[in-house]
Design a protein around this ligand. Sequence first.
Ligand code: UVW
Length: 338
Amino acid sequence: MLPAHIPSFDDLPPVESMPQGCAWGVFDVDGKKDVYGTLNLLTPEVVQAATTEVYQGVSISLNWPIGSIKIPNFWRKSLSHRVMKLDDQEAGCHLGFDDEVEFNTQASSQWDSLCHFLHIPTGKAYNGATPTVEGLENSTETLQKLPTINHWHDRGCIAGRGVLNDFKAYAEAKGISYSPFSGFRIGVADIEAVAAFQGVEFRPGDILIIRFGLTEALANMTGEEQATALSGACYCGIEGSIDMAKWIWNQHFAAVASDNVAVEAMPPIVDGEEKPPTHLVLHQWCLSLFGLPLGELWYLKGLAEKCKEADRYSFFLTSCPLNVPGSVASPPNALAIL
Ligand code: UVW
């Protein structure tokens, strides 16, 4: 079911000046630079097999409302929603309303595209791309070569098998306590233990979705409480390490999403040392080196409830980001269909 040529991490062909495990070139076809990364793993066979996951006929949105974080951190803008009343019929205007919205695509549920976070030592994005503000803002030929999220529309966006790894429920069942607003982190063995507890086996092309309960905690807070909880830049997540990166690649996931801030825990810890938030580890591996999209701040409570009720943790997943030319990220518009 996999494109035949996908090597494991250690067998990826070397890319000049890049660390072992850099997947640039793996998905290129006939010399044409790939812009989809691991979404290439969503082959017709994988998608067709995923449709057999629909067993209840229930669909659940995984999008948290835009504007849910009243005062986003990292200099991000929350939601501005302007409604215009239309009533000047003499001027040819119909009777009713239009609206205009403005928001930072990182401030609520989102996919990070392969241009969002650059590989720090080289300043490059996936497949060696060098995005610039001008290149991203202008719909030129250069832009068309950057691995921006609007390209997903050229391949039918995301349809595939979603797998919920409900760490929050597992922790409750096992008496593990943690705060979403701490640097609490889980490793590969924990993710595998949750999957075994739920009776799930991962498949190539899966979209892995990990629940920690962070957006659920924020949803119950006032804006001021949210600002306090977020101010420490300490958030639970998966461990940002080379071992985790290898495991993610070797599972051949098409994408990984979570309901936390950055999928990986913050602050990053490298060689036992805390690093600033600018040095996220999996962001560099997944987005820049593998071409694997990361989803963040998804809202997973409804999905977790339905999965628990049915005792099934896999489902058909669709996700169709906004089609804004040159866009770096987008609300996922994700649906789990059980
Ligand atoms: C952080 O907000 C730290 O991560 P991202 O930029 O991916 O949202």
